[in-house]
Design a binder for this molecule. Structure first.
Ligand SMILES: Cc1cc2nc3c(=O)[nH]c(=O)nc-3n(C[C@H](O)[C@H](O)[C@H](O)COP(=O)(O)O)c2cc1C
Length: 329
């Protein structure tokens, strides 16, 4: 090998040099993210502010979709959401908050229906109604689904099949899952594409007590984690990527995770994707506690359980199709 080539190889594969090259890239990325992530100057940017309101609205909506929901939950959070919606509409007059308002309305109705007095929320909501003219007939809150129809949808055309998948928070506590269905779903999900066919994903399957420990650690499934007998932690292997691909494993791992969600849905298993978006130290702890190798990155956890005969779901309203694309001529 010529000297020039040897130097090139050394620079390329030396881990100390790689560290500094990555650091430079990470600094540039931190610069961009410090300006553009929602966390930066959130209340001065319509989109960032809206994202925060969307997360808080959805927390209320999904709270109502939990099987063993505690009636009257979250009143302080709803009150503070209303306060911030008032600030939002006063600061951004063209803003739309119909979905948030519809969820709050369903929240009030849901609690009244279950005999819980949420008068303070109701009267604060009246103020919001005066400040913003809400559109009618917004789909929001919870919807009822039926197991037989859901299973039937597995054989429907793709548009109907994919529309029938929901994140489930209302599981059959006595339901039994056939492990073969999980393996069969992983088998189907292997068809997920990955950059240069690198296939970095691994599904770590945890059962019973270990699954519940993982749900407790995850923290986003309080109130229904105990009703799911399996947890699947999808990871992607960093070793298959190179310097300009620092985030590619999240794309490839995410595609596999989505395909796995649909495959499990196809096998008639109820699922919920659960975030593993943590800061580095917590990610390290997750890996240590749950037997994940240092070279793997967590993509998401999939909670797995059984459908009830009849179950409820959070509607999770989708934005209009026009907001999902831009044509470039
Ligand atoms: C990466 C990811 C992380 C999620 N994390 C959570 C979570 O921690 N807790 C939860 O209840 N839902 C979680 N969800 C579910 C979302 O709330 C749900 O996908 C969204 O509202 C759309 O609803 P749908 O899945 O029913 O269509 C997560 C979804 C994704 C894709």
């Amino acid at each position: 090998m010529k000297l020039k080539e040897r130097v090139r190889q050394f620079i390329r594969h030396n881990s100390i040099i790689l560290f500094f090259r990555l650091l430079a890239d990470a600094v540039l990325e931190a610069y961009s993210q410090s300006r553009h992530l929602g966390a930066s100057r959130m209340m001065h940017d319509e989109v960032k502010f809206a994202a925060d309101l969307c997360i808080r609205t959805h927390a209320i909506e999904k709270g109502m979709s939990i099987g063993s929901v505690r009636v009257g939950f979250g009143q302080p959070k709803v009150l503070s959401l209303i306060d911030d919606l008032l600030i939002y509409v006063s600061r951004f007059p063209s803003a739309q908050i119909d979905e948030s308002m519809a969820v709050i309305e369903r929240y009030i109705a849901f609690n009244c229906h279950n005999g819980c007095n949420v008068e303070q929320v109701a009267s604060r909501y009246e103020q919001l109604k005066k400040a913003y003219a809400m559109r009618e007939n917004i789909e929001a809150g919870i919807a009822s689904c039926n197991r037989a129809e859901t299973l039937q949808a597995a054989n429907a055309s793709f548009d109907l099949f994919s529309q029938s998948r929901y994140s489930i928070r209302d599981f059959d506590q006595q339901g039994v899952i056939d492990e073969n269905d999980i393996i069969a779903a992983i088998d189907i999900a292997r068809k997920a594409p990955s950059a240069c066919n690198r296939q970095p994903a691994c599904a770590h399957i945890y059962k019973g007590k270990k699954a519940h420990e993982l749900f407790d650690f995850q923290g986003g499934c309080n109130g229904f984690g105990q009703d799911m007998p399996y947890a699947i932690l999808v990871t992607a292997d960093m070793r298959r990527y190179f310097i300009n691909e620092r985030h590619q494993m999240y794309v490839d791992g995410g595609l596999f995770a989505m395909e796995l969600l649909l495959s499990l849905h196809y096998k008639g298993v109820a699922t919920i994707p659960l975030t593993t978006a943590y800061k580095t130290m917590r990610t390290r702890l997750l890996k240590k506690r749950f037997g994940i190798a240092a070279n793997e990155v967590p993509i998401m956890i999939i909670g797995v359980g059984a459908y009830k005969e009849s179950y409820k779901v959070a509607v999770s309203h989708r934005n209009p199709v026009a907001s999902y694309y831009k044509m470039h001529d």
